[in-house]
Ligand binder design. Structure first.
Ligand code: AP5
Ligand code: MG
Length: 189
């Protein structure tokens, strides 16, 4: 069983690594960004509400995200474990997650914090070219990250749940370092 949160700035490699680790453990990779982009593409009510925030690089309001995560973690595949990528992203979301996990009798095994310098992130994202990957929006996403999401580093460190991961290495090296964290702390049981 693996239940992990991937924390880190935009472009840190959370999605890249979550895909591999989730496959290796046959658990869902739950990316709130991916769920939102699918909702935008399908023009659902959620997608229509979320789109303008995403285009600007702002956080989508907590309430929309919380309903979405509650629904996703309630699906049957999530009973086998999960990797949460891009959630929680505010202290409000983290507090909600605590309550939700308690309600559904689950717990989180750890929080992996992907560490990558800002300038490396900007270069990576400019190279990717997603709709929100233009320089102004990237810089704004980084600002939002530092203001609203980075406080979660202390939040989880204080609870001794935080594992630092040097994300400024090749994809393969990051994968190996992540596997090392999972094994050495027995996060996969
Ligand atoms: P989201 O989809 O989460 O995007 P993000 O935060 O901008 O993060 P990224 O997906 O860009 O980064 P990543 O760490 O996954 O990097 P990746 O592996 O792709 O959110 C998008 C928007 O949705 C938000 O702005 C917000 O509006 C909304 N949203 C989502 N969740 C929300 C929430 N909880 N609350 C409120 N709003 C929310 O890698 C990036 C690039 O780098 C790729 O090209 C990749 O190939 C490359 N790369 C990866 N690893 C390496 C490496 N080691 N070396 C070199 N290149 C690498
Ligand atoms: Mg991502």
């Amino acid at each position: 069983m693996v239940r992990l949160i991937f924390l880190g700035p935009p472009g840190a490699g959370k999605g890249t690594q979550a895909l591999v680790l989730a496959q290796a453990h046959s658990i869902p990779h739950i990316s709130t960004g991916d769920i939102l982009r699918a909702a935008v593409a399908q023009k659902t009510e959620l997608g229509q509400k979320a789109q303008s925030y995403m285009d600007k690089g702002e956080l989508v309001p907590d309430q929309l995200i919380l309903d979405m995560v509650r629904e996703r973690l309630g699906q049957s595949d999530a009973a086998q474990g999960w990797i949460l990528d891009g959630f929680p992203r505010t202290v409000v979301q983290a507090t909600f997650l605590d309550q939700l996990l308690q309600e559904i009798n689950q717990s989180c095994d750890g929080v992996v914090n992907f560490e990558v310098p800002d300038e490396v992130l900007v270069a990576r994202l400019l190279g990717r070219g997603r709709k929100d990957d233009n320089e102004d929006v990237i810089r704004h996403r980084l600002e939002v990250y530092h203001q609203q999401t980075a406080p979660l580093i202390d939040f989880y460190r204080d609870r001794q749940q935080l594992f630092a991961l040097d994300g400024n290495q090749s994809v393969d090296q990051v994968r190996e370092a992540l596997e090392q964290i999972v094994q050495s702390h027995s996060l996969a049981t």
